[in-house]
Design a protein around this ligand. Structure first.
Ligand code: CU
Length: 65
């Protein structure tokens, strides 16, 4: 999963595009958003390397408000 617009860490179980979660497994994402972060509308989407475009085309995305 990948977010747009949030100023958060790209490492660990946060906004890390290199995470691989095998089928049948799960992972608890943790997005530590700073208290001083500006408010707004952002978005997230699946970010499987090699499949991002097709996953987005099929609607694997959402809004973060
Ligand atoms: Cu993107």
């Amino acid at each position: 999963m990948y977010t747009h617009g949030l100023h958060i860490s790209p490492t660990g179980n946060s906004d890390n595009v290199l995470l691989e979660i095998p089928p049948g497994n799960d992972l608890q994402f943790q997005f530590d958003i700073p208290d001083h972060h500006h408010a707004g509308t952002f978005w997230y989407h699946a970010h499987r390397h090699g499949s991002t475009a097709s996953q987005l085309r099929e609607g694997m995305a959402g809004a973060l408000i």
